[in-house]
Ligand binder design. Structure first.
Ligand code: MG
Length: 160
């Protein structure tokens, strides 16, 4: 038995007239994130971490952004699909850790709701799902408020 580890990274740009959804939770803000789906950058990073740990490619292979089926898709539903794919591969999740890199709004008041939503979608206890937030210290595209980045790791074990 060997524990498997995967990483995920994503970024999306801010746009007017869009909702800001992070980890399946809508965050009140004057702008949201642009993308083919709901642009939930955090959930996309978590999906890629799970697929990476399972050795099953990346989110673009499973849910191409050229496919109309995934237009405005609820990314938590995509995550639930990937959770099922991971289980079908004979693997079980150990933990997920993630970081949102965003200048504004502050994520602090929303971290617990995001943790609960992701844990529910993953079928993990909240103790196994950690959500962190940091800023870009006014540097780069995040620091200029142009968009949001997210990173995630996931570890899997062979289902007993
Ligand atoms: Mg994405």
């Amino acid at each position: 038995m060997r524990t498997l580890v995967g990483i995920g990274y994503d970024s999306h740009r801010f746009a007017d007239g869009r909702r800001l959804i992070l980890g399946g939770v809508e965050i009140p803000h004057e702008r949201g994130l642009d993308g083919h789906s709901d642009a939930d950058v955090l959930t996309h990073a978590v999906i890629d971490a799970l697929l990476g740990a399972a050795g099953l490619g990346d989110i673009g292979e499973h849910f191409p952004d050229t496919d109309e089926r995934w237009r405005d898709a609820d990314s938590v539903e995509l995550l639930e699909t990937v959770v099922a794919i991971v289980a079908d591969a004979g693997l079980e999740m150990v933990n997920v850790d993630c970081t949102v890199v965003m200048e504004a709004p502050r994520l602090g008041p929303h971290k617990q709701a995001i943790r609960a939503r992701l844990a529910g979608a993953l079928g993990l206890s909240q103790a196994r799902v950690n959500v962190k937030a940091t800023t870009g210290e006014q540097m780069g595209f995040v620091g200029r408020g142009e968009g949001v980045a997210a990173l995630a790791t996931a570890s899997l074990d062979h289902a007993g």
